[in-house]
Design a protein around this ligand. Structure first.
Ligand code: C2E
Ligand code: CA
Ligand code: CA
Length: 588
């Protein structure tokens, strides 16, 4: 309004302007209020609390869910001490450093801290806003509850170091800890031992009892091993049924012998399963020591594993210490294994045949096919060495098929040419018997070469029967029904007792060469051999003595009525042409 009390046009303009400005202010205000509300909402629903600091005013303000985290206010930087008191000790110093990042000229940083009562993980994020001159103007500290995320992380960390089944260290972490022991031993001129422990017959147990029970067995044994843990002894569940123990400076109560004796003592008692069932376990243990066996961590583990296999071969339930010759044998086997795979591919094998004779009249009973292999350098490798390797890596299946077809083919040639009635004996490995189509394959080959089943004898060893009695005896029964003969090879080298022979589906029994070797010189062997032959004949089996090398042995075996003789004395294994010569001579 004008001073003279009258309205002027100019006055109106002024009022309008003012009104307009007020409205504008109001709307800006409303918008600001809305924004503030929105920001508060965002802050409050963010699971976080904020601490805002303005450098110029030197004031602190707390925003959003402060009470959720803290029961104190922050009025000055002095109050920061309260933060350090809240967190676990090891986080106090790093937190302090983070909170004063401006001292390091940084813009932002974050740190996860664990609260003292262990109930919460808090992520603290600090951001500094600098002014145009580069001086800090505002500091925003955000506290966020990350407990959920971090406890998942805890679990992941646990899984990275521990084995869930047993609670022992897992393989990776063990390798690291054992590596540290080795490293330290290098620096302190000490020794480190590794015990590589494998449960015996575990596969068989879990096949029979199921994998859940198998797991429970591993768990029980692992939990027992955990009791042996102490400073400088690291224990791990390596995988499956394998456990490793790394021992730093293994002397006194920490010596391998002492730990092994504690384990053996425990194994004398059964492990009780949740089903109430009680199980006795045995373990095979391989031991390698730094620096004697190797200086590299992984090599040491390898050495211990290799010697563990020797403990298994020597009959399980025992400990084997590292010895250079074991490693050499192993490396030789590896090289044979590699060559063997090539040999299977190129079928680099030949067959020899060893004649068997009736003792009474020295008439030819038949021949046993024996495989021969020369590697690419022309060196012969003994079947006693390569057959077990072929059994382990599965190449015995194609090798065995080849032996069967090739020997039947050669045999069929002799039959067609000389019509001499005899028996072809074939060595068959357990793995071959276990092939689902084994019986069909045999029948197929016989048909193909027009050979009758009565002319074929399949040799088995006792170990086959011990490992999978049911499965194999069923197959043997089928083969015998067809008319094929079954012969028990190497009798006397296994666990065999005469009484168990009674129910076996066999026709022939081969007395092992080890008996024949000492039958002349050793009275006890003579007694055993005589009773074997006597009993076996009573049970209705035909007998063959293997490895007969001398006239004396031959005469003795004739006297005790052994049916057949196989050995260098009457005929070595020979190539097929030589067998032909023999047939020609017989038929003259
Ligand atoms: P085996 O079945 O016990 O065969 C008899 C072994 O004794 C043969 O050894 C033979 O050459 C040897 N031998 C026979 N008579 C005498 C003797 O009077 N004195 C001595 N010192 N030795 C004698 P070889 O041919 O080295 O075969 C060794 C083993 O390899 C065989 O023992 C058999 O278990 C296995 N084998 C051989 N050929 C095959 C095959 O084709 N398949 C399978 N699965 N195993 C085979
Ligand atoms: Ca044999
Ligand atoms: Ca034999």
């Amino acid at each position: 309004m004008a001073i003279d009390g009258e309205w002027h046009i100019g006055d109106n303009i002024f009022m309008d302007d003012l009104r307009g400005q007020i409205e504008l202010l109001n709307s800006v205000n409303r918008k600001l209020m809305k924004d503030v509300k929105m920001l508060h909402l965002i802050c409050e629903t963010s699971n976080s609390a904020f601490l805002y600091y303005n450098y110029e005013e030197d004031t602190f303000r707390t925003i959003a869910n402060w009470d959720y985290f803290f029961d104190f206010e922050v009025k000055s930087t002095k109050d920061f001490n309260r933060f350090y008191d809240c967190v676990e000790e090891k986080y106090a110093v790093p937190l302090k450093e983070a909170l004063f990042i401006e001292k390091r000229g940084m813009q932002s940083t974050a740190i996860d801290v664990k609260m003292k009562d262990g109930r919460m993980w808090v992520e603290v994020e600090i951001t500094i806003v600098y002014d145009d001159e580069g001086n800090p103007a505002d500091k925003i500290i955000r506290f966020k509850d990350v407990t959920k995320f971090n406890s998942q992380n805890d679990e992941l960390t646990y899984m990275a170091y521990y084995d869930l089944l047993t609670g022992l260290y897992n393989r990776n972490y063990f390798v690291r800890l054992f590596g540290e022991q080795v490293h330290r031993a290098g620096e302190e001129q000490k020794e480190v031992a590794i015990m590589f422990i494998d449960l015996d017959d575990f596969r068989k147990m879990s096949d029979e009892l199921g994998i859940i029970i198998g797991d429970e067995i591993v768990q029980n044994f692992g939990q027992y091993l955990a009791e042996l843990s102490e400073e400088d002894i690291v224990i791990s569940h390596f995988n499956g049924d394998i456990f490793c123990i790394g021992i730093y400076d293994p002397y006194g109560s920490r010596s391998v012998a002492s730990i092994y004796s504690r384990i053996s003592g425990r194994l004398e008692k059964p492990f009780k399963l949740s089903s109430g069932q009680e199980i006795f376990l045995t373990v095979s243990v391989g031991v390698a020591e730094y620096p004697e066996a190797a200086t590299d961590t992984l090599e040491l583990i390898n050495c211990a594993e290799i010697v563990m296999f020797r403990a298994k071969e020597n009959g399980k339930g025992r400990i084997q210490y590292f010895d250079g010759s074991i490693l050499e044998d192993f490396l030789q086997n590896v090289s044979i294994e590699n060559k063997l795979k090539e040999a299977v591919f190129s079928q680099n094998f030949t067959l020899y045949f060893q004649p068997q004779f009736h003792t009474a009249d020295r008439i030819l009973r038949g021949v046993e096919a024996l495989i021969r292999w020369k590697d690419e350098t022309g060196r012969s490798i003994n079947p006693d060495i390569f057959i077990p390797i072929a059994e382990k890596n599965g190449t015995i299946v194609p090798i065995g098929s080849w032996v069967m077809e090739e020997s039947v083919r050669i045999y069929a040639g002799w039959k067609a040419k000389y019509h001499y009635p005899m028996i072809l004996s074939l060595n068959i490995s357990a793995i071959q018997y276990k092939q689902p189509d084994f019986v069909e394959k045999v029948v197929e080959i016989l048909k193909k070469y027009d050979i009758s089943p009565e002319e074929i004898e399949l040799e088995i060893t006792e170990s086959i029967l011990i490992d999978s009695f049911q499965e194999v005896t069923e197959k043997l029964a089928i083969l015998r029904n067809i008319g094929i003969k079954i012969s028990l090879d190497d009798f006397g080298t296994g666990y065999s007792s005469l009484s168990y022979l009674k129910g076996l589906p066999i026709d022939t029994l081969k007395v092992d060469k080890s008996f024949i070797d000492t039958v002349i010189t050793d009275e006890n062997t003579r007694i055993i051999t005589e009773s074997i032959i006597y009993m076996v004949k009573k049970l209705g089996f035909e007998t063959i003595a293997e490895g007969v090398e001398t006239q004396e042995q031959f005469d003795y075996l004739t006297a005790i009525d052994c049916d057949n003789i196989q050995g260098y004395y009457l005929g070595r294994p020979m190539p097929p042409e030589k067998i032909e010569e023999l047939l020609v001579k017989i038929l003259e």
